[in-house]
Design a protein around this ligand. Structure first.
Ligand code: FES
Length: 83
């Protein structure tokens, strides 16, 4: 039986590299849109799934990533309001 090993996220990466990897992570497989592209769209004024979809194409395929897009909108909007 294999021993479970705790995987360290971003092991060996600088904080900047880890952040770049997080942003580059694909969120919408159908349209090839990254997490960072969606975050940038929200920070650029897209505050609804429809607006993010229009700017990036995310959630316009199968729609499966729609709830994740909503989470990013809520998260980034909340962070911007707290700043
Ligand atoms: S994964 Fe985004 S529309 Fe299918």
């Amino acid at each position: 039986m294999a021993e479970a090993v705790a995987e360290e996220p971003a092991a060996g990466l600088t904080p900047e590299q880890a952040e770049a990897e997080r942003r580059a992570e694909g969120l919408c497989a159908c349209k090839g849109v990254s997490t960072g592209a969606i975050e940038d769209a929200v920070l650029g004024g897209c505050h609804s799934r429809a607006a993010v979809a229009e700017r990036t194409g995310a959630s316009t395929g199968c729609g499966g990533c729609g709830p994740l897009v909503d989470e990013i909108i809520e998260d980034r909007t909340r962070l911007a309001a707290a700043a």
